[in-house]
Design a protein around this ligand. Sequence first.
Ligand code: OOB
Length: 531
Amino acid sequence: MLDGCVPWPGELAERYRAEGYWSGRPLDVLLSEGARQHPSRTALVDADGSRWTYAELDEWASRLAAGLAETGLRPGERVVVQLPNVPEFVALFFGFLRAGVLPVLALPAHRESEIVPLCELSEAAAYVIADSDGAGYDYRELARTVGEAVPSVRHVFVVGEPAEFRPLPSASPGPPVSVDPSDVALFLLSGGTTGTPKLIPRTHQDYLYNARASAAVSGFSADTRYLVALPAAHNFALASPGLLGAVAAGGTVVLAPDPSADTAFELIERERVTVTAVVPPVALLWMDAAGFMDEDLSSLRLLQVGGAKLSAEPASRVRSALGCDLQQVFGMAEGLLNFTRLDDPDELKITTQGRPLCPADEVLVVNPEGDPVAPGESGELLTRGPYTLRGYFRAEQHNARSFTPDGFYRSGDVVRVLPSGHLVVEGRVKDQINRGGEKIPAEELENHLLAHPAVHDAAVVGMPDEVMGERTCAFLVVRGEAPTLREVTAFLRERGVAAYKLPDRLEVLDGFPLTKVGKVSKVALAQRIAG
Ligand code: OOB
């Protein structure tokens, strides 16, 4: 296994193979088998209506793989990929798998302060961007910074106008590179709780299981037309079941450039979309918009909602507002996925966040001392299983804290388990803000704030919000004159912090409330701002 990754212990690996969760196949079989079995079916449709059959997508991926190899990228090398929902993302994803090159999937919203450390940590050999995000942001500017800051980055590939960089490489397909299915296929980003980014290695066979089993539990079939409304690089839209699940089922992937009701509804009508996945704030917007927009949404059968908690009230309105079924998905890039089942009673679909995908998923709910709570009580969710990581990439110290000695991942989520096995998410113990599904590691933002000359101390907490679930409040203790929110956000932008991580509110205090042991009491701060 790739250096810096933690393998599953032999005994468990044996079990996952014996029970059939690990098939010993590379992830790329999703496309190569589809192309063999139904070459002329439509695999991919972009926002402009361009279409690719399975055979065409397969051919495109092979040419990209050959191009990557010709450029000198070797199996096992890492490439940071930061693309919006364009067809190149899909072709390139499979191209990487075929070349044995490991994509590190960054989000389009990331900026210098995320991308540079990511390229450093992964020792990226290349960086893939689009020329712009369609809203005026030029990623080539970012690529120039990365090029200067990270010597390992040998190439920048651009979808669109390359300027001084390279277009995506393409060459005649050669013999396929053989990959070990138990080795890493790609890296996902963790939502994070610390000051530095964390990379999640996902192996071929664990991610293949992830995509196939998710597709099965979501009823995906050849008739599935899946709208990628969230960023394709996010685990939910990528493989839970997401676009890989749609490909696994022989269905069609439809790409939306953004999740607005305007864009999504038009595509749902035009492509007769059957299923899509969104975060709760988007679900709320769509339910409102459906009342006054007149696109035909009758093709939509299933709305998957996850990334943050969907409250029972809006959950109960999905069917009447959008005319489709609701599936709650409580997942994490680290692995474990929970789904409400399509044949669950409405009560469970509305009030729970689902139950584990796999019979081999192990779920423990523990108290702060680490002891299991009584059945039905709430506590922190610990988990291990055939598609849950055993360690972050090159993060030994952090791994010692994030995993129990017997390999359970400490999710930081507070849940309660019902007799049916369904989980109800009740909160979290991790130092992270979940702003409508977008994760903000408090410590990371605090570090940026502390770099401001007028900031003596900083503490970042979530404040409850009707639409976003939470927004971000930065508490500051200042020296001299207090900066305004506008000044602080300008300062953070200047440092290359992604827009979604910027604080929504600033509160200046003379000093922070402390806990009994003298730490800053975030509980007290959160209570204060909630009040
Ligand atoms: C998904 O993945 P990440 O890695 O962006 O975030 C994971 C965290 C979870 O630990 C939990 O704190 C929160 O997001 N979360 C939810 C939730 N789904 C995720 N909290 C409450 N209710 C839910 N339904 O967010 C993700 C990955 C795959 C599928 C779906 C979501």
